[in-house]
Write a protein that binds this ligand. Sequence first.
Ligand code: DC
Length: 238
Amino acid sequence: MLQYLQLRNKVLSEIPVITIDGPSGTGKGTLTHKLAEQLKWHLLDSGAIYRVLAYWLIQKNCEAPDVESVIHYANDLPVSFKSCPGAKSSVYLQDDDVTQLIRTVDCSRMASKISSIPEVRMALLARQRVFKKLPGLVTDGRDMGTVVFPEAQLKLYLEADAGVRAKRRHKQLIDNGIDVSLAHVLAELQARDERDMKRSAAPLRPAADAEIIDTSHLSIQDVLARVLQLVGERFIVA
Ligand code: DC
């Protein structure tokens, strides 16, 4: 088990951060959980914050919210995470556990739409940066390596074929009891990719210094092994 890490060639003077960015269905979430568990580091699922905001707006019947309202809700967002050892962490909106409720296709679409508003991204920036704590942070999203943690010592960008990603997302939704067709998941995923990549504020793209991994034909164990190799090359395991 990796207990403590130092940057190779220099003493670590910063809290270590590993960022994992990429589009939906590339395996970012699973990889982030497995890596954080193995390293015993903190974890931030930044997409969950955008999803909770989307869910809150949907609950308030703001299906087509104006920009002012979204910014207002983003500034006051009562989101929190509770981690249980050995399990994925739970996401709360006030006192309600919304872990599963934020995973619907409607929430995904709304999260992608509101995340294009620069003021919303600004309002949520500080909430994300507080997760950077010793012994380290593993975080996943769209702009972790480019905007939120540009100082990260290891940046990963996962990508995969859209058809493969849609099948993975479809399975996740069905496993969570959400009945939806594969064709609908693929169309939503492509629309979301397009929005996330083409927005002007923090668009989805690899950081210049990111390691790019295509997970189309790799199992999660293969990806984890590759990433642990990169961790070993980039950090000294003491
Ligand atoms: O990672 P996810 O599928 O849970 O993210 C949902 C949406 O939230 C995604 O389509 C765009 C937005 N998002 C973002 O803009 N920036 C992030 N760092 C994470 C998510």
